[in-house]
Design a protein around this ligand. Structure first.
Ligand code: F6P
Length: 346
């Protein structure tokens, strides 16, 4: 690879589950790198898979134009975990070594990894292998350690809130208990925020144990004394004792058995991850992207850009790796909602 003396060449990849705002982040990194620093930018296809197969293309300023509002990722993504799946089968290639070789062959000075926990863990392992790496925290789950917020989260909260809003009228018409299951993996952030924003009456998240008999008593009392319908927001990560049932199905079934009240469930699913990013996510992803390019210009590698007290700051990837940012059961938002009558688990 022939390189122009002095100019840095960076590779960008997006890995893990997609979310709104990824293209805004790619644009933020790429435009700052090209316009401010005259760097060369390449887009790597389908996360770490693209590095294993050396699939990439040069990105010009023009390629980065018109993508701010687009959902998904123009680069494609995958859940490839090169350190986990490497060398398993008989003829399996040693993926980290191959990635390192390709990084050098592609003439990269830095690899920008846009992703959630799994991606940032891999990024950190690659940094330990000697690659220059910078990470950006993206996920609708908002569970990345070290940052106050990931991009993608705000858009998902908006989508989930709209869904909950729409359940109120149909629940009221039929006097039903409506259960809505939201994503979030093992974290309850999405259910907590959307549940509060959408006026959920009961919010069940993985971080707070639940007692369905107590919830059932509350729902019966509510149906007689208070309101004829109830919205129950359930995070996908809560534990249910019946194998093969989704959290929404299980909660719906048990509430019906315990109360005799009519229940219906909705599993919102991938709707939460699709489509155009919210304005807040566009701004956050742009701030992260631009800050990542600044780190590269300073050769400040091995860091994730993080939002801390509304400032974008570098945070060591080594401290992010392997940790999860979960909801503290005593989180002020939980306490506030409880003081207004919202039930969490009992
Ligand atoms: O991490 C984002 C997320 O949407 C989680 O909320 C969910 O549990 C998971 O990804 C779904 O993963 P997949 O896209 O592999 O089905």
């Amino acid at each position: 690879m022939i390189k122009i003396q002095g100019s840095q060449r960076i590779g960008i990849l997006t890995a893990g589950g997609d979310c709104p705002g990824i293209n805004a982040a790619i644009r933020g990194v790429g435009k700052t790198a090209i316009v401010k620093y005259g760097m060369k930018v390449v887009g790597i296809s389908d996360g770490f898979t693209g590095l294993i197969h050396k699939e990439y293309k040069e990105l010009t300023e023009k390629d980065l134009s018109g993508i701010l509002t687009l959902g998904g990722t123009i680069l494609g993504t995958s859940r490839e975990k090169p350190f986990k799946t490497s060398g398993k089968g008989k003829n399996e290639i040693k993926k980290p070594a191959l990635i390192k070789e390709h990084y050098e062959q592609m003439g990269l000075d830095c690899l920008v990894c846009i992703g959630g926990n799994g991606t940032l863990k891999t990024a950190n392992l690659l940094a330990k292998e000697g690659l220059n790496v910078v990470g950006l925290p993206k996920t609708i789950d908002n569970d990345v350690w070290g940052t106050d917020m990931t991009f993608g989260f705000d858009s998902a909260v908006n989508i989930a809130t709209e869904a909950i809003d729409r359940l109120h009228s149909t629940a009221n018409s039929h006097k039903r208990i409506m259960i809505i299951e939201l994503m979030g993996h093992n974290a309850g952030w999405l259910s907590l925020y959307s549940g509060i924003a959408g006026g959920g009456d009961v919010i069940l998240i993985p971080e707070i144990p639940y007692d369905l008999e107590k919830i059932a008593d509350y729902l019966l009392h509510r149906s007689v004394e208070n309101k004829p319908y109830t919205i129950v927001v359930v995070a996908e990560g809560i534990k249910v004792p019946e194998k093969g049932l989704s959290p929404a199905r299980y909660i719906s079934k048990r509430i019906n058995e315990l109360t005799g009240l009519e229940t219906r469930e909705t599993v919102l699913g991938y709707i939460q991850r699709g489509g155009t990013p919210s304005p807040m996510d566009r701004v956050l992803a742009t701030r992260y992207g631009s800050a990542a390019a600044e780190l590269i210009a300073r050769k400040d590698y091995g860091k994730m850009v993080a939002l801390r007290n509304n400032e974008i700051v570098p945070f060591p990837l080594d401290e992010v790796s392997g940790k999860l940012k979960l909801v503290d059961p005593d989180h002020p938002l939980v306490a506030k909602a409880k003081s207004m009558g919202t039930r969490f688990g009992d």
